[in-house]
Design a protein around this ligand. Structure first.
Ligand code: SF4
Ligand code: SF4
Length: 476
């Protein structure tokens, strides 16, 4: 927070007082002084932002549950099979041999995240992070449906274990567990393919015990996170949240409280005073799922869920003041009424991101369908043949990254000679293949002990790759 840029001395004095009281930064809102969990029970949000976020989350959920079923050429559009090291993005298969593309892709993603965060803060957390979407838009809504709003939930918590409490807790556990199981199935579907999950269901858990164990583990983890752990995942575990301190600057757009307009805080019962617009009603605090007071300024715990914007807008409506006391705004926007600035940091990140994206695009466009490696067979030197010829034996390893079998021929590119294949090069789709071949050269072509030979790989007449190898010959 910085000093408000206005001439209101009382507001500045009040603000300074607030500034001195920074003790909230010494602890996490969800952990008590004794180190116990402060279980947050937020009030159900309502308002325009919540409605928009709900609509967005429905679209998100439809995508999440339908994408595993979408296929291109019999393969899923997205697959992240870390076990078999097979990745499919937008229908294109990537192999460990494409590690370089992945590394550049990952780097691009990191720069994108940084750029996006510098400009728009944690908008990802509030609008697109699966943890927030499932927690706030699915599980929390079910909880409101079963247990009621915050006050009813608190009452239920304090209640002895009677029939109502047993029924509500039991229903919640069953529904949360079934939903966690469903999400785990789809999560697994993204890893091994939804067809494989279907096979597990058809053939039974004893035949696919490994897959079943993974499913149980995922289910239990999701259940634990959504039933109990909740906002702690964002506050304690998520590394992205921790990065905010270094990524955000005074121009970053965040969910923020306009302290220049809001301070000094007044009272709902005295709207005639010359106090700020905040009436200290705590409606923004009551709806916060991470249990913080946004009026304290930008905090690590804030996931930019916008619930406090809706809550405060409703109060502003009620007291006939303009909406937006809590809104998406930057520190400079609030303190100095500055519009969003395209800072040097943003410019630099944008240049780096553009370069990386261009490089990534080139890598993807020029990505070969076949990856090949040729090595001379270990332990072999050269073989002297009749008719003044010498041969070398080589191993060739190939990866077919396409969805069809590939037949290849090999030719010498820079020297005349013969190639003798041990077996035809038929590389099955999405597979590895390995064979050996001889290169035979006439002795007069061998000018030194090591001759560089270029070997072209051809699919019919189309050159797929050119590789270099060394041909050993007798010393001259
Ligand atoms: S402070 Fe506001 S935006 Fe941030 S988590 Fe709490 S309710 Fe959501
Ligand atoms: S909801 Fe608005 S008026 Fe009420 S305490 Fe929060 S900031 Fe102040």
């Amino acid at each position: 927070m910085i000093k408000p840029n206005n001439n209101d001395s009382e507001s500045i004095a009040n603000y300074k007082k607030d500034l001195l009281d920074q003790t909230f930064r010494d602890s996490v809102g969800t952990i008590s002084k004794e180190g116990n969990r402060n279980y947050v029970i937020p009030q159900k949000p309502s308002g325009k932002m919540y409605q928009t976020r709900s609509l967005f989350s429905y679209l998100y959920l439809v995508l999440f549950f339908t994408l595993p079923f979408l296929k291109v050429g019999g393969e899923p559009v997205f697959l992240f099979n870390v076990l078999e090291r097979k990745f499919i993005l937008f229908g294109k298969i990537f192999w460990p041999q494409d590690f370089f593309i992945f590394a550049i892709g990952f780097l691009t993603f990191i720069v994108f995240v940084i750029l996006f965060t510098v400009a728009f803060g944690r908008i990802w957390c509030g609008w697109a992070c699966p943890q927030t979407i499932f927690m706030e838009m699915v599980f929390r809504k079910i909880e409101y449906f079963i247990d009621g709003d915050a006050n009813q939930q608190k009452k239920l918590k304090a209640m002895p274990w009677n029939t109502e409490k047993l029924f509500k807790r039991g229903s919640k556990i069953v529904v949360f567990f079934l939903l966690s199981f469903l999400i785990a199935n789809f999560f697994l579907g993204y890893i091994i393919g939804i067809d494989e999950v279907g096979v597990l269901v058809k053939e039974g858990i004893f035949v696919h015990f490994g897959t079943f164990s993974a499913l149980v583990i995922f289910t239990l983890v999701f259940f634990f996170v959504y039933y109990w752990f909740r906002e702690q995942a964002c506050i304690i575990v998520c590394p992205y949240g921790r990065l905010q301190g270094v990524l955000l600057d005074r121009n970053s757009i965040l969910v923020a409280y306009d302290y220049v307009r809001g301070e000094p805080r007044g009272k709902m019962s005295d709207l005639t005073s010359d106090k700020g617009d905040c009436v200290n009603c705590h409606a923004c605090v009551r709806v916060c799922p991470t249990g913080i007071d946004i009026r304290n300024g930008t905090q690590l715990e804030c996931v930019n869920c916008t619930a406090c914007i809706d809550a405060c807008d409703e109060i502003m409506d009620h007291i006939n003041k303009p909406k937006g006391l809590i809104r998406y705004a930057s520190e400079n926007g609030i303190a100095n009424k500055q519009k969003m600035v395209f800072s040097w940091r943003l410019k630099l990140y944008t240049i780096v991101l553009t370069l990386l994206l261009s490089f990534l695009a080139i890598l993807l466009i020029t990505r070969a369908d076949i990856a090949a490696r040729i090595l001379r067979t270990p332990g072999q030197t050269y073989q002297l043949l009749d008719q003044n010829k010498t041969s070398n034996l080589y191993n060739i390893k190939l990866v077919n990254k396409t969805r069809h079998n590939i037949h290849l021929n090999i030719k010498l590119e820079n020297i005349e000679g013969e190639i003798k294949l041990v077996s035809p090069i038929e590389v099955p789709k999405e597979s590895y293949f390995q064979t050996s071949f001889f290169i035979v050269l006439k002795n007069e072509q061998i000018k030194s002990r090591k001759t560089k030979v270029k070997i072209g790989l051809y699919q019919q007449d189309k050159q797929m790759d050119v590789l270099t190898a060394l041909f050993l010959g007798p010393s001259i």
